[in-house]
Each structure stands twice: as C-alpha cells, then as structure tokens.
Design a protein around this ligand. Structure first.
Ligand code: NAD
Length: 353
C-alpha cells in the first residue's frame, strides 16, 4: 500500500427523498436570516418552491445562472446579493447554479446551501470557475465549499433522460480519475469505487424510466460519492482535456466528458492496472475503457466529438492547448498521444481493451 495523506472535508450532507423539507431548518442552523435563492431561468419554478419553503428567511430569487459562470453574471449576482443584504445563498440546480453561488462566496464569504439537481458534483468541491473573455479561470478556496448539501432525489425526477445519462457519466469520470490520482487515498478510493457501482447499476434504469424514485435515489447516492471524490483528489488527463474542450471550443460539459472518458482511460490504463481493475469490477465489465464506452452507448449518449460540434480542424489546436501547461498524469502526456486520443474520440470509436 502507498503512503497517503487523508484530510476529511467539513461536509454536511442531508440525503433522501423529502430532504428538501429540512431546508429552512438547515438555513437557520447556519444562523442565516436572509438567503438568496439561485437558479437558472429554466428552473425558476423549482426556485419559487424553495423560496416558499424558506418563508421569512428568503431574501429573493436570482434566476440568471448560466453555464461556466460568465464574469458579468457573477458581478450582477454579487451586486444583487449585496443590495438585498443576503447572508447566505441557496443554490438549487446543477453545476452552473452552484458555480454562481461559489462566485458570490468567493467575494463575500457568504455560506452556500447547495441543493443539487444534476449529477455533476460541484456541491462537494472547493473549486470555483469564472469565465472572462472566453477563458475559464478556476481556483480552489475553502470559502466556496458549500456548508450544507441537501440531496433530495425527487428534484432529479425532472432531469431529462438524455441529460441524466451524460451527467451520470460526468460523475463516473470523477470516480475513475480519483482512483489513480497522485493524492489518492484508500478512503476516497472506496467512495469512488462505490460511486461507479451505484451509478453504473442505476443509470440505465434512470434513462429508461426517469420517474423511478428508487433508481434516482441510487444515482444521486453515486453522484454524492463522485462529487466527494472530485473534491478530495486531484484530477488528471481526462478532466484537463474536457476543461480545454469545454472552455475553448464551447462544447457541452457533460456530453464532452462522456465522449472523451473511454479514450482518456484507455490512454492511462497501462500505467494504472490496479485502478482499472477496480473500475472494471464496479462496472461489471471485462475492461475499464471498453466498459465505460458500452455503458455510455447503452444510455443513448453521442460518442463522437464531431457530433457535439467539434470540427476536425480543431483537433490540432486542442492537442496544443492540452499539452501547453504540464500537469501530473499517471503516464506522460505527449502531443502525439493526445492527438491520437482526440482523433479516436472525434470519430467515437470504441477503444480497444
Ligand atoms: P447545468 O447546471 O448547466 O444544468 C444543465 C441544464 O439542466 C440547465 O438548463 C439546468 O437548468 C437544467 N437542469 C438541471 N437540473 C435539472 C432538473 N432536475 N430538471 C430539469 N432541468 C434541470 O449542468 P451541470 O452539468 O450540472 O453543470 C455544468 C457546469 O458545472 C459546468 O460549467 C462545469 O464546469 C461546472 N462544474 C463545476 C464543478 C466544480 O467542482 N467546480 C464540478 C462539476 C461541474
């Protein structure tokens, strides 16, 4: 066994169908009297329900969250929060909405109560991201880690089946990279492996029967473990590549993770046999990369980056950007290797086991 450092995060997780009933209590527990509810324009109705539940502790609703937290949106939300005297934010939605809460917390230290409605996992991490002039800056700051996370799977029932599938694959990506992370530790590895198992065994049923609360509960349990893995372990090639593709080419977040994952894992598999064995076992597949591909296909995901809007001419530039700044990966990241990986993902070929 390798040496390791284990540093538990101060997570408070309230989990289960109906957990949203505890929202007002949880906000009071933080000593907040005026919470601003954050959401996307599409999730306004959910935010209104949340605001009703908060009653007098609600400062208002800010419904302009969008993907990748543009700096203009972050500034406007901060001004709005300050003008209302908000002393907490309740972020109800996916990574985009929780990301907006983090942008406010980064400036004012306002505590976040996250109510996640996708499987992306931002609620469990101290990582923030803000996009300015087409470039997404990210950083880590303990102030942006939500103080309380309320996982109520009834809120995921409305997540469309196709988005549920790719959002779940996005969560699995966190687990896989946590298993071979430079700072991996045995506790987070247990959570990561269990996260893959819970997601892989529930997602096909979620996509086929999106109203099934038992399966939604299991998928969200997996998403929690995946978010915890993302928050505790540093990510490598797969996440760096998706960050480049999303930020520079504006490709959709969860869909891009889904198409790239089998190829990034195939790239790293020879260097990470122990992690690959755990991924394959959790998937119930003969090999990790092929098993991830087959799972994504069974969820109806688009597996070719060209079908997500990436042009063949973008491959060279993406490979340049992805290899510009060195970072840790279980095996060397070469421009040649990344080019081959991107060509395979662009065409959506099944990786060889
Ligand atoms: P998202 O938050 O952008 O949501 C996608 C769409 O789905 C939105 O229109 C949203 O309103 C809608 N939606 C969400 N939940 C719904 C539900 N239950 N029912 C119906 N519609 C629903 O998507 P995402 O994949 O959750 O988040 C992606 C963003 O989060 C990216 O910007 C990514 O970089 C970021 N992210 C950050 C971290 C981190 O640790 N900082 C982690 C993961 C993702």
């Amino acid at each position: 066994m390798h040496s390791f450092i284990f540093e538990p995060q101060p997570w408070r997780v309230v989990f289960g169908a109906g957990a949203l009933d505890k929202l007002a209590e949880e906000v009071a527990r933080l000593g907040a009297a005026k919470a601003l509810v954050l959401c996307t324009p599409e999730q306004r109705a959910t935010a209104e329900d949340v605001a009703r539940r908060l009653g007098e502790r609600c400062a208002g609703i800010y419904d302009r969250a969008v993907m990748h937290v543009p700096v203009e949106v972050a500034r406007a939300a901060r001004e709005h929060a300050a003008s209302l005297g908000a002393d907490a934010c309740v972020a109800v939605g996916g990574g985009s909405t929780i990301g907006l809460g983090k942008a406010i917390a980064l400036e004012f230290g306002t505590p976040i109560i996250a109510v996640p409605t996708t499987y992306a996992g931002s609620e469990m991490t101290p990582i923030w991201g803000i996009t300015e002039a087409g470039v997404k800056r990210t950083g880590t700051d303990k102030r942006v880690l939500p103080r309380t996370v309320i996982y109520d799977p009834t809120l995921t029932l409305s997540l469309p089946p196709a988005l549920s599938g790719v959002s779940g694959m996005n969560a699995i990506a966190h687990c896989v990279e946590a298993l071979y992370a430079q700072n991996a530790n045995p506790v987070i590895s247990l959570m990561a492996e269990e996260g893959i198992r819970a997601l892989a065994s529930s997602l096909p049923g979620v996509v086929a029967d999106p109203g099934n609360l038992d399966l939604r509960t299991k998928a969200q349990y997996g998403a929690w473990l995946a978010g915890a893995s993302l928050g505790a372990a540093s990510m490598a090639l797969h996440h760096k590549l998706c960050h480049t593709l999303g930020g520079t080419l504006n490709l959709p977040h969860a869909e891009t993770h889904t198409a790239v994952l089998p190829h990034a894992i195939a790239y790293n598999s020879a260097a990470t046999p122990e992690a690959m064995a755990r991924v394959a076992a959790a998937l119930g597949a003969a090999d990790a990369a092929g098993g991830l591909y087959d799972l994504a296909v069974s969820l109806g995901a688009k597996m070719a980056l060209r079908d997500l809007g990436m042009k063949e001419a973008d491959i060279e530039r993406a490979a340049d950007l992805a290899t510009l700044n060195p970072y840790w990966n279980p095996c060397p990241v070469t421009r040649e290797g990344v080019l081959a990986l991107l060509h395979a993902a662009h065409q959506g070929r099944r990786p060889q086991g």
